[in-house]
Ligand binder design. Structure first.
Ligand code: ADP
Ligand code: ADP
Length: 227
């Protein structure tokens, strides 16, 4: 369970990016942060994995302030996917995914077996696993990014505009796959987008961000459409 309790973030230059945010993220569902550019979505997302530290208030994960204890332990339970998949260019796709379990102590063989399963889950073939990232389409690279984020089997997945750079048909396919994956794996997903259609499509819960920190929350996407 992830909760924002009166969370404010003011950057050192004086910009208040998030103002007294109170929000509960849907457990084992997809919570979407939607709104125009610059209204604090990414800042809010990054306070979950401590890439950004709140100025006041707290983000709680299972009742505990995420700022307590070591960041590394926190991040082991939180996958992170961004618009640029950020793959290692000199490693095969399979090894991009296998790197994570190897770093957490698994044998190379076990990690590769797991990586191959994950690639299959995100719809990539073994043949693609042998390629290098530059030999993949944008949509395929994003799939690898998702597989890599899942490699540590984190209960929480943070996704920041993960599908924005791919063309609309590919985006729809990736959205469908994410919905299936969420149903199968039961992850708690927080998904940032500026695209209202994407929010309605994916969200179990949708938080609408606006400039100035004003926020509306909808527990079903249908509520948004009815306004
Ligand atoms: P969004 O994800 O909705 O586009 P952000 O959280 O990225 O919004 O940004 C919210 C506000 O905080 C914007 O005004 C942005 O310019 C500002 N901001 C973001 N990161 C920084 C930073 N590191 N330093 C100063 N201001 C920042
Ligand atoms: P997607 O629908 O997944 O985005 P694309 O339509 O962009 O895929 O690409 C179609 C096919 O072309 C894919 O099988 C992809 O692997 C291949 N492809 C795309 N870019 C490259 C590249 N730079 N080098 C080799 N193959 C590529």
């Amino acid at each position: 369970m992830i909760e924002y309790k009166g969370v404010t973030k003011q950057y050192p230059d004086g910009t208040t990016a998030v103002d007294t945010l109170d929000l509960t993220v849907s457990d084992r569902g997809i919570t979407v942060f939607v709104g125009p550019s610059g209204c604090g979505k990414t800042t809010s997302l990054r306070m979950i994995n401590r890439m950004v530290e709140p100025t006041s208030g707290a983000v709680l994960l299972d009742g505990r302030d995420v700022m307590d204890g070591p960041a590394a332990a926190l991040r082991r339970g939180i996958g992170y996917v961004i618009q640029q998949a950020g793959l290692f260019p000199h490693r095969s796709v399979l090894d991009n995914v296998a790197t994570v379990p190897v770093l957490s102590g698994q044998s190379k063989k076990a990690a590769r077996t797991r990586a191959a399963e994950l690639l299959e889950i995100v719809g990539l073939t073994q043949e693609i696993g042998r390629r290098y990232p530059a030999q993949l389409s944008g949509g395929q690279q994003q799939r690898v990014g998702v597989a890599r984020a899942l490699a540590a089997d984190p209960p929480v997945l943070l996704m920041d505009e993960p599908f924005s750079a791919v063309d609309p048909e590919v985006r729809e396919r990736l959205q469908d796959e994410l919905l299936h994956l969420q149903l199968d794996l039961g992850k708690t997903i927080v998904f940032v987008t500026h695209d209202i259609d994407e929010a309605v499509r994916l969200g179990d819960k949708v938080a609408v961000f606006r400039q100035g920190g004003v926020l509306a929350q909808y527990d079903t996407p249908a509520e948004i459409l009815s306004r």
